[in-house]
Design a protein around this ligand. Structure first.
Ligand code: PLP
Length: 371
């Protein structure tokens, strides 16, 4: 293997770029001496909710917790069913398990890798409570049909926006179409903290109030616990860091889109490579640039020989994970999910990538395809 020329991500470059502002923000919090649930958190909650165009934002400890607390706020109880996809990052489903609910998987649309709305109704039962569409890889799920089905059956919708900061569906920002949107600020996301963090955005004051209590031991007023809660708070240092990075989110997404456009243009005439499709009316923010190739193992080897790091998101669908063996009998509903899994592979894409690095990736892909 040759030396890595294009790593899959580079958090240090990001810090170097924002160093002065980050150092100032962290020092400010340290000197104030107030670390949990304070001014910095409130300011970021308001700013991020307003960025999304939504009324409420409630900072929490992680994206997983954002989903978990949103599920509880939507009234999900032990034994209820929650519909989602199996082609996702495992925390989507961990949150369902945390709530004591049963994950029910719907197949994906093979061109966008997101939930296929035409396959939802066959999975609804009398104990279905919530649908969680996952805006995977940075592109929104086809939301209108999902909202219509939810209305018809009296279900709540929680959007998993962990990979979709700033993504849009017919002009609406991810997380503002359903009853709630759950975001993660894990460091490598399009908007990342320097540690764990998440937020729930919602326009429903009852959901907002529930999450606000649930994240802080169920406290309504000091020492007055209205519900059984948790400890899942967004700390002041992470909030201050996120506040310095929020103004750069759109620019970062634009750079991601620029790199994606260069890839897609360079690969358009190559037989045997499926590039990501941008569905009509959707603003894709390319958290990941995922292609499909027939011989993935060989592809990754050749890329590595050219110094290009690749990854797979995700090699094993949830219903095939050891931890979710009880879901393996859902496979008959998940033909597309199973058929893409052996072929998907992610190329490096992040705002700090240089044009030269993009060229290195393109050249390596062309070499693999003999061009
Ligand atoms: C990252 C991610 C999560 C979980 O977020 P954490 O902050 O790591 O808990 C949930 N869903 C998806 C699709 C993700 O990519």
């Amino acid at each position: 293997m040759s030396e890595i020329q294009v790593p899959f991500g580079n958090m240090k470059l990001n810090y170097n770029f924002h160093k002065a502002a980050i150092d100032e923000a962290v020092t400010r919090v340290l000197e104030k001496g107030w670390f949990v649930l304070g001014q910095e958190g409130r300011l970021f909650e308001e700013s991020f909710a307003s960025y999304c165009g939504q009324a409420y934002g409630i900072g929490v400890g992680s994206g997983t917790e954002a989903l978990h607390l949103a599920l509880l706020a939507c009234g999900v109880k032990s034994g209820d069913e929650v519909i989602t996809v199996a082609n996702t990052c495992v925390p989507t489903v961990s949150a369902i398990s945390f709530a004591g609910a049963i994950p029910v998987f719907v197949d994906i649309d093979q061109s966008t890798y997101t939930m296929d709305p035409s396959r939802i109704e066959e999975r609804i039962t009398p104990i279905t409570k919530v649908i969680i569409p996952v805006h995977l890889y940075g592109q929104c799920t086809d939301m209108y049909p999902i909202l219509e089905i939810a209305k018809k059956y009296g279900l709540k919708v929680i959007e998993d926006c962990a990979q979709a900061h700033g993504a849009k569906y017919r002009g609406q920002v991810a997380g503002t179409m359903g009853d709630a949107g759950a975001y993660s600020f894990y460091p490598s996301k399009n908007l990342g903290a320097y540690g764990d963090a998440g937020i729930v955005v919602t326009g429903d004051p009852a959901i907002a109030e529930y999450v606000r209590m649930a994240r802080n031991y169920g406290e309504k007023q000091r020492y007055n616990h209205a519900i059984k809660g948790f400890n899942s708070r967004l700390d002041e240092i992470q909030a201050a860091i996120l506040m310095t990075r929020l103004p750069f989110l759109d620019k970062g997404n634009q750079r991601r889109r620029q790199i994606a456009a260069r890839y897609s243009e360079a690969f358009q005439d190559i037989d045997g490579i499926d590039c990501p499709a941008e569905a009509e009316g959707r603003y894709h923010v390319y958290h990941l640039y995922v292609i499909r190739v027939r011989d993935r193992k060989r592809f990754q080897e050749i890329m590595a020989e050219h110094g290009v790091a690749t990854m797979i998101h995700y090699p094993v669908p949830i219903h095939r994970q050891e931890s979710y063996l009880e879901c393996s009998n859902q496979a008959s509903y998940l033909k597309s999910t199973d058929s893409i899994a052996p072929h998907i592979v992610s190329l490096p894409i992040y705002p700090e990538m240089t044009d030269e690095q993009v060229n290195v990736v393109i050249t390596a892909v062309k070499v693999f395809f003999g061009q």
